[in-house]
Design a protein. Structure first.
Length: 592
């Protein structure tokens, strides 16, 4: 690849570009190996990648089949250009023309500046359109504009510039706050680099103020609002890496460096070397076991001093473009855990604050957050154990007809490997998503409602036996690890929970469930379901320790939980209510 940078020549609004360095042969070989996976996915008829649909369950209404993704096709075009191989130039041009043509470029439109996810689903068919696509696609187009513009025909150069400006103005119009971590950073990169490339003074000042706000907000809280998120902390890190290498503004650079350091600290402090997993709690996560691409990133970021693979790590096509070197003093966090380590961190200084607890021990890692909700991207209570070769996990979920119920509110208190947790329900919460499909009139229809203790990895291959009574705890052994799961309370109106076990060999998961309802489709009016709450304990230990004692009682409309000998206590309302009120109405204590 030819790495290019702007110089002040020609039209001041469109800086000329010049070659500054050439990709080393080893990196070029890795890039071409990574591209070998993508070449067969290219559809010359549509001039985009074509692959099976993958969906988180919202934004798109498509249910299956093959699709042509816009963002991934642009990333593929960038990688083709990065090879420097003239044989791929026409394919990259074809992709750029095709995908740029799918952008809404009408400033009067509600979806101005964004793209659909897929060729098969125009913006007016999405539910709803995803405004983040101005950011995601804008980033990829900027890689072309910054490093490859002069290789393109003049008409495509003009289309590229227009598309970038439309995306940047869309981002400016939307103006997300600093709490939306990955998009706040990505949009800052798009607007700041677009302003620098095209001499847009008003956009430059907007982007700088956005960066100032993000820096102040994040450092005041002490962590990203999208806290400890394996996919999105990596996204944030990469966008910060782009800013470190691409942004020229003298004020911006030290702000970026400080946030960049914070991102690496978040990754390093939560890393569990015995299992090579990223310990919880996670604000957002798609895959509970850490993908090899993240381990590869860490190995490359440490120049191989932290080694997870015997040879070279798996190649990714963006690694030469976005170097993210790890600070040397953080490298030991990835290689050893000399003894148990517990830490608490405030993610959001709210009322009350959002606080995470993480306990790392040689035999296991447990993380929990004091208040949250059980959206499918949340990992509010999460544990790992086993080995790097065969890791296991336990993830707490609440399912509505088999899908995570975002209206289930979560509260916890933790010390070491002991977690005391409570769950109640928001009458105005989300169903499958916290904001895109809010519950209407406080009512849902359901065939099944249950709390799930999901086991995955090596533990997902094991069939468990459910306790015969609600009051009976589940005692599990995994080599030298003991897992104690106890339920003190499980009510949904007149319904009482019961244990049930299951195994899904296809997905590699097993579970112990607390079934609150399973039967014919019926309506549940949440505000009328008093009591509607659950209380449980999840305790992890190695060796022989006394069995924890969980006590639960309901008085004056509140569920009071206590766990001894850990001396943990938790209290929460048993009546469903507004989400904001519920999130403020719990109390927890971890006595010394």
């Amino acid at each position: 690849m030819c790495l290019l940078s702007p110089v002040l020549a020609g039209d001041a609004n469109v800086p000329a570009l010049r070659v500054t360095s050439v990709m080393p042969a080893g990196q070029l070989d890795r890039l071409n190996r990574a591209l070998m996976e993508l070449h067969p996915q290219y559809d010359p008829a549509e001039r985009m990648l074509r692959r099976p649909l993958e969906s988180p369950g919202y934004h798109t209404t498509l249910k299956g089949g093959h699709v042509h993704p816009t963002r991934d096709s642009l990333a593929y075009a960038v990688a083709l250009l990065d090879t420097g191989d003239a044989a791929w130039l026409q394919r990259a041009e074809d992709i750029l023309r095709r995908v740029i043509g799918l952008q809404d470029q009408n400033p009067e439109s509600k979806t101005y500046g964004i793209w659909p996810w897929f060729l098969e689903e125009p913006l007016d068919k999405m539910s709803p359109p995803d405004w983040n696509w101005a950011d995601f696609c804008g980033v990829q187009l900027l890689q072309v504009a910054r490093d490859h513009r002069q290789r393109l025909p003049p008409d495509l150069q003009a289309s590229l510039e227009a598309a970038i400006k439309h995306a940047a103005r869309s981002i400016q119009r939307r103006n997300v706050g600093p709490g939306y971590t990955n998009i706040a950073l990505m949009g800052t990169y798009v607007t700041l680099l677009a302003a620098e490339l095209y001499g847009l003074d008003d956009l430059r000042e907007y982007a700088l103020q956005r960066l100032r706000n993000f820096h102040a907000y994040t450092l005041q809280n002490g962590a990203f609002t999208e806290y400890n998120s394996p996919p999105y902390t990596v996204v944030a890190l990469k966008e910060l890496g782009r800013m470190r290498h691409h942004v020229q503004n003298a004020e911006a650079r030290p702000l970026v460096e400080e946030i960049y350091r914070l991102a690496w600290e978040e990754i390093a402090r939560h890393f569990h070397p015995p299992t090579r997993q990223w310990a919880g709690p996670h604000s957002r996560c798609y895959r509970t076991l850490l993908p090899s691409s993240t381990l590869a990133m860490i190995q490359l970021a440490t120049d191989g001093r932290v080694r997870f693979f015997p040879g070279e790590p798996p190649a990714t096509f963006d690694e030469p473009r976005v170097p993210v070197p790890c600070p040397r003093d953080l490298e030991p966090f990835f290689t050893r855990l000399d003894g148990p380590r517990e830490f608490h961190e405030t993610f959001v200084k709210g009322d009350p604050p959002i606080v995470g607890t993480t306990y790392l021990a040689p035999a296991f890692a447990v993380g929990s957050v004091n208040r949250s909700y059980l959206w499918n991207q949340r990992r509010a209570l999460l544990a790992y154990w086993g080995s790097a070769e065969k890791p296991s996990y336990l993830h707490l979920r609440f399912l509505h007809d088999g899908y995570d119920f975002a209206a289930a509110q979560f509260f916890s208190v933790q010390r070491s490997g002991d977690v005391l947790a409570g769950i109640n329900f928001a009458t105005n919460g989300g169903d499958t998503h916290p904001s895109l499909d809010k519950i209407k009139d406080g009512a849902i229809r359901a065939r099944d409602l249950r709390l799930r203790l999901e086991f995955g990895g090596a533990a997902g291959e094991r069939a468990f036996t459910a306790p015969t009574r609600l009051s009976e705890a589940a005692e599990l052994r995994f080599d030298n690890l003991r897992v104690h799961l106890a339920v003190g309370y499980a009510r949904l109106g007149g319904l009482q929970g019961r244990w049930e076990a299951g195994l899904d060999k296809t997905n590699g998961t097993a579970w112990l469930d607390l079934v609150l309802y399973s039967g014919a489709d019926r309506q549940f009016r949440l505000a009328e379901l008093e009591p509607a709450a659950l209380g449980l304990a999840a305790c992890f230990s190695s060796g022989n320790t006394p069995s924890p004692r969980l006590a639960a009682k309901v008085t004056e409309g509140r569920l009071h939980l206590a766990l001894d000998p850990a001396r943990l206590s938790l209290s929460l309302p048993v009546r469903p209510g507004a989400e904001a009120a519920l999130q403020k109405s719990f109390s927890a204590d971890s006595a010394p």
